[in-house]
Write a new protein. Sequence first.
Length: 557
Amino acid sequence: MTSQELQQYLLREFPQENARCEWKEMKNLKNLFAGDEKNDVISYVAAIANMEGGHLVIGVQDKTLEIVGTDLSKFNLNAQSAVWKLLEHCTNLSSEGLSIDEYTTEDSHKTVWIIHIPKHLPRRPVYAHKKAWQRVEDSLVEMTPERLAAILEEPVFEAKDWSAEIVPNAVLTDLDELAVAKARVMFKKVHASKIPAEEIDAWTVEELLSNSGIMIDGKLTRAAIILLGKPVSVFKLRPAVVEVTWTLRDERQEVVDYEHFTAPFILTVDQILSKIRNLTMRELPGGTLFPETMKQYDDYTIREALHNAIAHQDYTLQQRINFVENPGYLYYANGGSFIPGTLQNVLTTKGPQRYFRNECLCRAMVNFNMIDTVSRGIKKMFNEQWKRHFPMPDYEIDALNKEVGVKIYGNTINEKYTELLKENNTLTLEDCILLDAVQKRHRISEKDVVALLNRGLLEGDTSEYNISLDIAKKTRQLPYYTHNRGLDKAKLQHMILQYLQNAGSVGAKRDAIFDYLRDVLPRNKTPEQQERMVGNILAEMKEAEIVIVKGRIWYVK
């Protein structure tokens, strides 16, 4: 659309500034996204979230909504990755409903962003720069004690739990008898220290389901059907889709086989996992033996990832859970936002998760020993991969399309990186995650790069870095390391001197010297940088009176 059409659209959809809507020019988004507190994007997002939620329109003139555009040329985030950045900088910001619309005018080529901001979660004020913000008339201010108290006193269970809703006309005969029997066995295992097994065995089915939280006042919940229901009973949950699709793909990503699975998930999870070709690994590529033989995938990790997808699926989206087996890795995807906001929140938070999308379903899965009691499952998955010296899981959190994906690796990406995990016992889980990201060529923050450089785990600078020499020695990556780093200056000077001595009175042009050195120059530099490097070395040798130059020809002095 044109500038005028976009302006008219904005005037129609966002007609006035108030507690729910803010207009900002912010012509240079790089400096104003997460810059000065109270004046940057994250402060306004926090303030709007701390009221009723709303919209932040960027790239328009205040008062008139004239399109001025915001400069994204130096801002290395797109609309999708900016959502991640907001979740990273705004503590407690919900990913549910958080999105960014981008418009670029056809005539003036100016870009406008509209950030759609969800209301804060109950009792969870949103912080930016470690401060809670709010709007007071036209001003952005730190949150008043009165507003903070109002948020902290909000009822936690304001939203309905879809999984706890009663299923009309559902009766006990809708449940699978084997599923109920397994639920009883698992319940006894989980509560062995509190409730005698004989007492649980004496319960009626109704008592078992009630104590598990999936029968309320004698009526079955949706969670009961998902976990224990017969396959035909899931039709009573329509339009929700209760289904996991397993797909097998080959190296070319062609579908080789597939199968659909439905309730009762307490039983069918085992059927799904049995489809995996979990090979026994006795030797890594290159002849490096494992201390013991082991399976390609850790049983806990692959089960936990699938149980998490079932527990946290947003069933109102009417989507199936996808479980894809690829050569070398497994991929799980479920619909819904990532409730903790970011993976970092999960890995750093101590204690159990406070909020669940499907509280009733999650509590039942805890009672049936399907998911972790204190929500440490994801962190344990990372630790298991670390212990196995395998790459860390990759989480793909798509807030815009409401999908969470996780990739579990069943082989090594880089054999020498695996050696690092085996030999270096000073690394923390955070170190492993960051170094794993470097191995995968994923981007990490400049702050993390600097920290790893300072500790000697990386070498280079913040824009161009590799595994350090010390780590390279430990991981036997010296050939790879040397090719990237190139020979040191003294060796290059020696090669130049030898080349010019062989040239004798004929001498050599700089281009010829560069061609001679090309294979031993750093591969992580561009040809222009390599040429400049050779020129600098020649200049230093000339200043040291080792070589001379006549016109464009270089000679030994």
